[in-house]
Design a protein. Structure first.
Length: 268
């Protein structure tokens, strides 16, 4: 039995999230498992690093599977990309040992949320961008973001049906960037709660538009009450950017980028 890890890029617009669904609706996991099973000539079950919601995208989701089939990593990747829908691409395949687990071996995760800030809604990339028609200011948004850094109980930013065992997470990075009408919020942590990034984004947008003060974000955090936070940002602007693992796994992670946001303008 061999175990392989995959680096996956996808547009989640047409899917009901990452996780396989019981009611027959399309999911990223199901599409990948169908293609993998066809190549392997045996049923394949895929384990992902995170369960992205309906409409959420990934620049590099990581997953693993076990198989008895003897295929090269090149053949796995080329075969998958020939069978998968155009909205899903496997960027790399790497053989890993049985100690590797896409979810439990992950050390940290990074998400990016993109916002088109203009009085008029975007015509291009409208399935990949959130939209805020009110003008936003960067300085108060970043000040609010800084209040949220560190190890905290993030219950105020947690979905009601979140199944995480603990609401305590360490938010290592929460930074706001602007290039003209395009804004990006980047969040990096040891783990995230369900809808946490979308709820953080909604809170920062409320501050950026002047609806709330930066200090309000700290009050929300301390309240541990989801009802006190801002409205969750729409799923379509959210991207899983990367998942980090230890060097012992030798993963060829590429940390995929968006063409309309040059990586050289961002921090690491």
């Amino acid at each position: 039995m061999q175990r392989f890890a995959l680096g996956i890029e996808y547009d989640g617009s047409a899917y009901h999230g990452w996780q396989r669904q019981q009611d027959g609706v399309r999911s990223i996991q199901e599409e990948l498992e169908k293609a993998l099973s066809q190549i392997a000539n045996e049923p394949i079950e895929l384990v992902g690093a995170g369960r992205t919601d309906k409409g959420v995208h990934a620049l590099e989701q990581v997953a693993h599977f076990d198989t008895r089939a003897q295929r090269t990593t090149y053949n796995w990747r080329r075969g998958l990309n020939a069978l998968l829908p155009k909205t899903i691409t496997v960027r790399w395949v790497q053989e890993v040992g049985e100690k590797f687990h896409a979810r439990f071996s992950a050390q940290r995760r990074c998400y990016r949320y993109f916002i088109h800030n203009s009085p008029d809604k975007p015509a291009l990339f409208h399935q990949q961008l959130g939209w805020e028609y009110r003008p936003m200011k960067l300085a108060p948004m970043q000040k609010a973001a800084d209040y949220l850094l560190g190890t905290h109980d993030f219950s105020a930013f947690r979905a009601a049906d979140c199944q995480a065992q603990s609401p305590v997470k360490t938010l290592e990075r929460l930074q706001v960037f602007q290039r003209g009408h395009l804004w990006m919020i980047e969040a990096q942590a040891d783990g995230f709660l369900m809808h946490m990034v979308r709820n953080l984004t909604g809170t920062l947008v409320a501050v950026g538009t002047g609806e709330r003060s930066p200090e309000w974000a700290l009050e929300v955090l301390r309240s541990k009450d989801r009802r006190q936070a801002g409205i969750a940002a729409p799923a379509k602007g959210l991207f899983m950017h990367w998942v980090e693992y230890g060097p012992e796994f030798y993963l060829p992670q590429q940390r995929g980028e968006l063409l309309f946001w040059p990586e050289g303008t961002l921090g690491k």
